[in-house]
Design a binder for this molecule. Structure first.
Ligand code: NOJ
Length: 506
């Protein structure tokens, strides 16, 4: 296949190593033997800043990641940036060919706001940026791959950040108008929309220097950024419903992440309450307003109480009007779940700023849980099963698509740990479907390609496909996990025998 830069011989050698590795893995991880239902959708996910490159090409404006990585390279683990990344701005046809060869039903990618509207304001659109996503969408459709499009994956235009970014409530209107552009240009072909990717992580960028724009506004910034994104989401949902849905017939949601919290002592009522509180403060923060209306009661009570105790005139957690609550409720056509890891909790405080101090929980890991190069990514597949059951019980068994799940390593082609991670999480998904009757209809692996992992630069790799970032041609090379996933998509099963007997199609 002409689009892989590595020689066929090298690929074949790799396949042989992969096959041996898989045999080893198959003895370690037991599959439940279930088969994914017909119609179950498999996909792979990427995001604009992480893969596109072309940071200043064809009229694109500067976004917060361009700004931060250029101004403060020392903040990124390897001092790198996304100027070139995987160069998908030029190599998108190769990416689609890789997705096609995996037989994926869909491909999740995000649109760079500053490529569409350089400053973020829609009175000045960038025709070349619009044309790029038209080409990408057309290429996907020509290959029978459904586009699943994220409108915002962490890259707000710098101009809008200078206006305050997500802590400024006016951003919900800017976002709505940006979304109108996307529906108008792409809605004839895009039927699956995600407004926000992981709004909680975006909020961390305002609270404790988590990511660009690298601000330290504590929980005040954290909750304000979340609030604006929720309002923005509801405005976009209603815009679509009122003006586009009849004609375009698409679906909308937002991708929500969060560690899943389980009680440290499963017998302790206090630990059970703490785990539930932690889950409400993370996942419930965005899911509760969308599925049930308003913030989770426990979050409201605890943050209000703490703010009062601190002598503040109002709570750091903003309040929705009655109208806003109504407008937000019911604004997810499906539950889009990003999931990577699980922690045990007990009542207390945690030194890690990723864990909201207002919720008062301390996290623990079981020593038997496998680790990864990313300290946050501890492997707990049964956590995913329990989380799917939690979502089922909490939100009345909504249709769920896992929009991200994946494993970080140092970039080896023989990525057996990734295979083991993906396999065990797919197995947990099967168990949730068949044993717990969870309504899961799709799974998206993060990621198709190795890419720019935010503050960790190119140090951590998540791809099924290796990208050589030291080579200006950014050649792609298939990893063992690519072959594994391809086999799962083809057979809808996790049994290794079918993989190891399959001849390599390289
Ligand atoms: C979540 C984010 O959506 C994605 O951008 C990131 O690369 C992965 N998790 C892995 O950290």
């Amino acid at each position: 296949m002409q689009y892989f830069s590595t020689s066929a011989l090298k690929q074949f050698e790799m396949f042989k190593i992969a096959a041996v590795g898989l045999l080893i893995i198959s003895s370690n991880i037991l599959s439940s033997g279930y088969k994914f239902p017909d119609g179950f959708m498999f996909g792979a996910s990427t995001a604009a800043y992480q893969i596109e490159g072309g940071w200043n090409e064809d009229g694109k404006g500067v976004n917060i990641w361009d700004h931060l990585t250029h101004l403060r390279p020392e903040l990124i683990r390897d001092h790198s940036n996304g100027d070139v990344a995987c160069d998908s701005y030029h190599k998108y046809k190769e990416d689609v060919a890789l997705a096609k060869d995996l037989n994926l039903q869909f491909y999740r990618f995000s649109i760079s706001w500053s490529r569409i509207a350089p400053s973020g304001e829609v009175h000045k659109l960038n025709p070349e940026g619009i044309a790029y996503y038209n080409r990408l969408i057309d290429e996907l459709i020509a290959n029978d791959i459904v586009p699943l499009v994220t409108m915002y994956h962490w890259d707000i235009p710098q101009y809008l950040q200078d206006l305050g970014g997500w802590v400024n409530p006016i951003m919900s209107d800017y976002f709505k108008e940006y979304a109108r552009v996307l529906f108008s240009y792409y809605g004839d072909r895009v039927k699956w929309w995600i407004t926000f990717n992981e709004p909680m992580e975006t909020s961390k960028a305002y609270s404790f220097n988590g990511y660009a724009p690298y601000l330290h506004l504590n929980n005040t910034g954290y909750y304000l950024a979340g609030h604006t994104q929720l309002i923005a989401h509801s405005k976009v949902y209603h815009l679509y419903n009122d003006e586009f849905k009849d004609k375009q017939q698409g679906k909308i949601s937002l991708s929500l992440n969060g560690v899943f919290f389980i009680p440290k002592d499963e017998q302790s009522q206090d630990d059970i309450n703490t785990a539930e509180r932690a889950n409400q403060f993370e996942r419930g923060w965005f899911s509760h307003p969308v599925y049930k209306g308003d913030y989770p009661p426990v979050m409201r009570q605890w943050v209000d109480k703490k703010s009062k105790k601190e002598g503040r005139p109002w709570s750091t957690l903003p309040t929705f009007t009655k109208k806003e609550i109504e407008l937000l409720k019911g604004t997810a056509d499906f539950y889009a779940l990003n999931h990577y890891s699980t922690r045990m909790v007990t009542h207390g405080s945690d030194p890690n700023p990723n864990y909201n101090p207002d919720a008062e929980y301390a996290t623990f890991v079981d020593k038997s849980w496998p680790t990864s190069v990313a300290s946050w990514l501890i492997v707990v597949p049964e956590g995913l099963k329990r989380l799917l059951v939690w979502i089922k019980n909490e939100y009345d068994n909504p249709p769920v698509i896992i929009t991200e799940n994946g494993f970080a390593d140092n970039g080896t082609l023989n990525d057996f740990e990734r295979i083991s991670y993906v396999k065990s999480h797919l197995n947990a998904t099967l168990q949730a479907i068949f044993e717990d009757k969870c309504n899961v209809f799709g799974y998206t692996v993060w990621s198709l390609l190795d890419n720019f992992e935010w503050m960790d630069g190119y140090a951590y790799h998540f791809g099924l496909v290796h990208v050589d970032f030291n080579n200006p041609l950014t050649p792609r090379t298939l990893k063992a996990s690519y072959q594994f996933f391809k086999n799962v998509v083809a057979t809808h099963r996790l049994d290794d025998s079918s993989f190891t007997t399959q001849s390599p199609e390289l």
